[in-house]
Design a protein around this ligand. Structure first.
Ligand code: DCM
Ligand code: DCM
Ligand code: ZN
Length: 294
């Protein structure tokens, strides 16, 4: 997502934080970010082009080598991330780091700001560099498919349907979660919440949230990013995002303006759903880490 998408996710997550997670977020982010994940969420995007943070660019996505044009969409952790850094290893790494009291306040704040980009379908797709190499039009402007999903359609959706305000957009999605069309979906959204279950165990191993938190906090201090095993839950989230590559993302007709056609009408419900779900899941994730419950 672009800035507006990340802010939306952050503002939604902020509304669902449990007491200890909220206390950590507020003290960690402080006045720099108005004590809120909303203003803090775009940080990881904004630094990735700086030379000091160039290493972090691959942490924003996973290149799923599937075949979305042939109707085959899936993420395979070994094939698509393997021994490299990707969004799956990044979430595992920063989940541990945000909880680690031996790290500095700055390091834990950065870990917090790195959690949350996995809902964008094209961040879970290798085809044409996640759509970056597919030229497209959005409201007459030349762009590419990836950027239309990151920013073009998000911006137009906010202008068209939410008064041009990102906080209004987030509040509208929060209302859908609390009492609207998403209310009945939220328990499914949290069907996977283990902060330590590695991908290999295939979610069959049941254990309490309490054990999960203990396991996270007992992780070795010397664990490096490279040795981190991706977690099962972020892989589940990745599969959901990636599935939209088969159902919606590549189903444009050639020359179609993505932001003024039936494509936009199909894409907006996906954008709304993915942002709402990602915000709600980010809160639940932090709640498990800090409060021991979702
Ligand atoms: N970092 C990381 N993995 C690395 C190197 C750095 O996650 N291989 C992160 C940790 C901090 C930031 O970079 O968020 C700065 O690291 P440090 O405080 O160790 O300089
Ligand atoms: N991106 C992606 N998959 C890739 C490469 C890039 O999802 N294989 C994303 C990261 C940015 C956007 O595409 O959101 C543009 O990337 P860049 O600025 O690195 O060209
Ligand atoms: Zn992107």
């Amino acid at each position: 997502w672009g800035t507006l998408g990340h802010q939306t996710v952050g503002y939604i997550a902020q509304e669902f934080l449990a007491p200890k997670a909220l206390a950590f977020v507020q003290s960690s982010l402080g006045s720099t970010y108005d004590k809120s994940l909303g203003p803090a969420a775009p940080w990881a995007d904004s630094v990735k082009y700086e030379s000091a943070y160039r290493w972090s660019a691959p942490l924003h996505f996973v290149d799923a080598e599937d075949s979305p044009l042939s109707g085959s969409c899936f993420v395979q952790e070994q094939r698509d991330c393997g021994d490299e850094d990707c969004i799956l290893t990044a979430i595992a790494n920063y989940t541990t780091r945000v909880a680690r009291t031996s790290l500095s306040a700055t390091q834990r704040q950065q870990a917090l700001k790195f959690l949350g980009d996995i809902g964008q379908p094209l961040h879970v797709e290798a085809y044409e560099v996640g759509g970056n190499d597919i030229s497209a039009k959005c409201s007459g402007d030349s762009t590419n498919l990836h950027a239309a999903w990151d920013t073009g359609m998000v911006e137009k959706n906010i202008d068209d349907n939410h008064g041009g305000s990102v906080t209004t957009y987030a509040a509208d999605l929060v209302a859908e979660i609390k009492s609207g069309s998403y209310k009945s979906l939220t328990s499914d959204w949290l069907s996977c919440t283990s902060i330590t279950e590695p991908v290999s165990t295939r979610s069959s191993e049941a254990h309490s949230v309490e054990d999960d938190v203990k396991r996270l906090l007992s992780r070795g201090e010397d664990e490096t990013a490279a040795s981190i095993t991706p977690l099962q839950c972020p892989l589940v989230w990745a599969q959901e995002s990636n599935a939209f590559c088969c159902s919606v993302v590549f189903s444009y007709t050639s020359g179609e303006d993505l932001c003024t056609s039936s494509y936009y009408t199909k894409a907006v419900p996906v954008i709304d759903l993915q942002l709402a779900k990602q915000g709600y899941r980010l809160a639940a994730w932090l709640n498990v880490i800090f409060d021991g419950s979702t």
